[in-house]
Design a binder for this molecule. Structure first.
Ligand SMILES: *Cc1c(COP(=O)(O)O)cnc(C)c1O
Length: 393
């Protein structure tokens, strides 16, 4: 067999990420590779840092993309801040909080888990009780936008509580950045990481992070070496920090960074508040269609993420067969449930440039057609109209 060039099919990505990538980003990534220490490239890196500060709504000097996906941003936060024996209170309400626990334990830290129901927001009172009961805790960690369930937590209140108990915060904003309000400085978050492939509509493989002065001081005051050479910020900053001479640490993913630069230019052009509003509006229209069909949301209205819609599967429906038909017949990808939610929900993403009217109507129409054809217990033929009415209101 001769293996030939790979040409992916033309899909519409409406799952939990990656989301559709803006064509402008793909075009930017196809430009010529230059050296990672080339002065022109270094100037572009500085622009990325400036634009990331806008995306995160922060003035933090240490704001940069880690050269690996969101999971590496998570590890960067934990390996730099957690030393052996350190106690970290973790609020878990889905899959990603569980990964935080893994990270803390692998750093030799002690994880104190505060569990909330999957599909609910983190309960700040429970977080406060845990901090009261553990006065030696150093960090409060939580997921702002739980992609596994579609629930949004109150990062501002959690950060306030953490400060009251003299703790740093680690916040997972992989799915919130660019899609829903995130104010790193106003809220006083300390170590924040995200991803490029969700609401920034960029390709996967980079993880924007930002660290407060307080967090950076903690990293610098460590008694032990960061156990990851690659993610040790003391070393990475030799390449990414501005001002002086840049030293080789690793070869930056140059073309991926062209893509992130373009994604951030697009975000600036739209305006971040407008991006948040757009995500909200498209969610409202999708919701109108989903509910008209007779389907229901997992998360209660006030805690719902606009960019990640978790929908309960109607009784007797083979959920995997529905997703397969959407993919094969409509080139449409929606997400399955993850972890405890596997087999119970679909996850419809409206992230980045995939959050648009055409996609909302297309997804509702395709879902309606497939479910009706499978004789699922839904109200057929009304979803698209309900969504269109929502856009007009
Ligand atoms: C997607 C996601 C991650 C992991 O990002 P990767 O780029 O897949 O490594 C972490 N946390 C949350 C909340 C996510 O949605």
């Amino acid at each position: 067999m001769t293996i030939r060039s790979f040409h992916p099919p033309q899909r519409t990505l409406m799952g939990p990420g990656p989301s559709d990538v803006y064509p402008r980003i793909l075009e930017a990534m196809s430009r010529q590779t230059i050296g990672h220490l080339d002065p022109m490239f270094v100037a572009m890196m500085d622009e990325i840092k400036v634009m990331l500060r806008y995306a995160f709504q922060t003035q933090n000097a240490l704001t940069m993309p880690v050269s690996a996906p969101g999971s590496a941003g998570m590890e960067t936060a934990f390996v730099n801040l957690v030393e052996p024996g350190d106690k970290v209170v973790i609020c878990q309400n889905g899959v990603f909080g569980g990964r935080m626990k893994e990270n803390v334990e692998r750093c030799g830290g002690v994880a104190v888990m505060v569990e909330d129901a999957w599909g609910a927001a983190v309960d700040p009172n429970k977080a406060e009780d845990a901090l009261k009961a553990n006065p030696d805790a150093k960090i409060l960690a939580f997921v702002h936008a739980e992609t596994s369930t579609g629930a949004q937590s109150d990062a501002k209140t959690l950060a306030e509580i953490a400060r009251k108990y003299d703790c740093l915060t680690i916040a997972d904003t992989v799915t919130s950045l660019g899609g829903t309000p995130l104010m790193v400085d106003d809220w006083g978050l300390d170590a924040v990481y995200s991803g490029t492939q969700k609401c920034l509509s960029c390709v996967p493989g980079l993880s924007p992070v930002t660290f407060s002065e307080r967090a950076l001081d903690t990293v610098k005051a460590r008694k032990t070496k960061v156990q990851s050479w690659f993610m040790d910020l003391n070393l990475v900053l030799g390449y990414w920090a501005g001002g002086g001479k840049r030293a080789y640490h690793h070869t930056a993913p140059i073309n991926a960074l062209y893509g992130l630069h373009e994604a951030l230019v697009i975000l600036q052009e739209e305006g971040i508040e407008n991006a948040w509003t757009r995500h909200r509006r498209n969610h409202e229209a999708l919701r109108a269609g989903i509910e008209a069909m007779g389907l229901s949301f997992v998360v209660k209205a006030e805690d719902r993420l606009p960019q990640l819609n978790a929908i309960s599967i109607p009784g007797g429906v083979d959920e995997a067969a529905v997703r397969t038909r959407l993919l094969n017949e409509y080139n449409l990808e929606i997400g399955a449930g993850l972890g405890a939610m596997a087999g119970k929900i679909w996850r419809i993403g409206l992230m980045g440039c995939a959050s648009n009217q055409r996609n909302v109507l297309f997804c509702l129409g395709a879902l309606d057609a497939v479910l009706s054809d499978m004789r699922a217990p839904i109200t057929s033929g009304v979803a698209v109209g309900a969504a269109m009415a929502a856009y007009k209101s």
